[in-house]
Design a protein around this ligand. Structure first.
Ligand code: COI
Length: 361
């Protein structure tokens, strides 16, 4: 595998400092993009080449470009945080890089070297560091690395050319309401992923496949949809864009990675953060009936969703075809918020980085 270096192109500054500061004051999620992007090409027989940091702008694609027809595409999401001393650090970029390699393998794409993935993210953050929001708040700089098949042609086969791109977007709370409990619709018939499929790859098709159920959830007055396994329609998997955690007093439990769930970086980090705080943390299968029964008996005290974009988001209401219930009285649970703050403290550089997760630039 070749490891290209990222060549710096002359800087461009389309937005003034005042315009940028106005965006940073209230960035929302995924609405604004920084001044630059990184691109790296892959060609069969040549490998990775032409790594460049260029002004942010449109990609020009032939209408017959493979990705537009057969969705050979993967992506990642990670964040850069302003530290107390004004420097910037990203959270566990190596883990995103490895998951990106796994996704690439599953989609029949070339695997980008971990060091190139990290170098590309570093180059972009370094160049656009003024876009990293101030220390201490909910805001951070969200990085979106992705790769698309760029071979032109309609044959169904792994492409012989690819483009890896990293863009960055200042991000506040993922949900418009900020950190407040969300409501969940339990989809008992539509599934997100199947055993042997691509559920554990971060590919756009999984998100496209979730949109109808997401629209149905919205029609039921819910913010998000939770999926069950595709075989028994019984085991809780994930929300589509986030993993789930169940709090049983001093124990937190998350669904086992069966191959049809995405192995979330936040999910993995929380298993460790919870243990560091003295909680028990376990991966196990949780059935939908157990979820409802354990809530009704009081054993299941809190439920929360987690992901890079949304960090930790409390679940307040759950609806299924046969009824609905509240989690922790519809409020954000105490354990949920303690874990949230503990993780954010590490990311913001105000707590000790015991596991070497922060990558300083
Ligand atoms: C993330 O949390 O980074 C995600 O990828 C979820 C969503 C924004 C697609």
């Amino acid at each position: 595998m070749t490891t290209p270096t990222i060549e710096l192109k002359p800087s461009s500054r389309p937005l003034s400092d005042t315009e940028r500061d106005a965006i940073l004051a209230s960035p929302g999620f995924g609405r604004h993009f920084t001044d630059h992007m990184v691109t790296v090409k892959w060609t069969e027989g040549r490998g990775w080449h032409d790594g460049q940091l260029v002004p942010y702008g449109p990609l020009s694609l032939d209408p017959a470009t493979n990705v537009l027809h057969y969705a050979q595409e993967i992506f990642e999401g990670l964040k850069a945080y302003r530290q107390p001393d004004g420097t910037v650090a990203t959270f566990r970029p190596d883990m995103n890089a490895k998951r990106f390699q796994h996704s690439a393998w599953r989609l029949g794409m070339p695997e980008l070297p971990v060091e190139t993935f990290i170098e590309a993210c570093d180059a972009l953050v370094q160049q656009d560091k003024d876009w990293v929001p101030a220390h201490g708040g909910e805001e951070s700089l969200y990085l979106r690395p992705f790769m698309i098949a760029t071979e032109v042609g309609l044959g169904v086969k792994p492409a012989n050319e690819y483009l890896f791109v990293v863009i960055a977007s200042p991000a506040g709370a993922y949900f418009p309401g900020g950190v407040k409990p969300v409501s969940i619709w339990l989809s008992e018939d539509r599934v997100r992923a199947v055993p042997g499929g691509v559920g554990d790859a971060k590919t756009g098709g999984n998100y496209a496949a979730s949109l109808l159920a997401q629209a149905e959830a919205a029609a039921k007055g819910c913010d998000q949809v939770a999926y069950l396994d595709a075989v028994e329609h019984k085991w809780v998997e994930e929300l589509g864009g986030m993993n789930l955690y169940f709090v049983y007093g001093n124990k937190i439990v998350t669904p086992t990675l069966t191959g049809s769930l995405l192995a979330g970086v936040t999910r993995d980090s929380l298993l460790q953060v919870a243990r560091d705080l003295g909680y028990e943390a376990e991966e196990t299968r949780v059935s939908i009936d157990q979820w409802q029964a354990d809530t009704e008996s009081g054993a299941l005290t809190e439920v929360f969703a987690c992901g890079t974009a949304a960090v930790i988001t409390p679940v307040g209401t759950v609806k299924r075809a046969t009824g609905e219930w509240k989690q922790s009285g519809g409020e954000a649970g105490e354990v949920t918020m303690r874990l949230r703050n503990a993780l954010l403290d590490v990311q913001r550089g105000t707590a000790e980085d015991r596991h070497g997760w922060m990558h300083k630039l």
